[in-house]
Design a protein around this ligand. Structure first.
Ligand SMILES: [Zn+2]
Length: 54
């Protein structure tokens, strides 16, 4: 199964706070989740950001 790594990027400050992976076959939608951002010091929406390899 192909699994790609993604950053979860804060939509407010643009900082990459988390690394996650997802299965391309089962998760085709853009991943968005509400998570804590240490820079914003609050919970904000984070959006997936593909990690470029190499
Ligand atoms: Zn932030």
């Amino acid at each position: 199964m192909p699994r790609d790594l993604f950053h979860l990027r804060c939509e407010k400050c643009g900082r990459d706070n988390y690394v996650t992976s997802k299965n391309k076959r089962t998760m085709t939608e853009k991943f968005r989740i509400r998570k804590f951002c240490a820079a914003c010091r609050t919970h904000v929406m984070h959006k997936e950001q593909k990690i470029s390899k190499g």
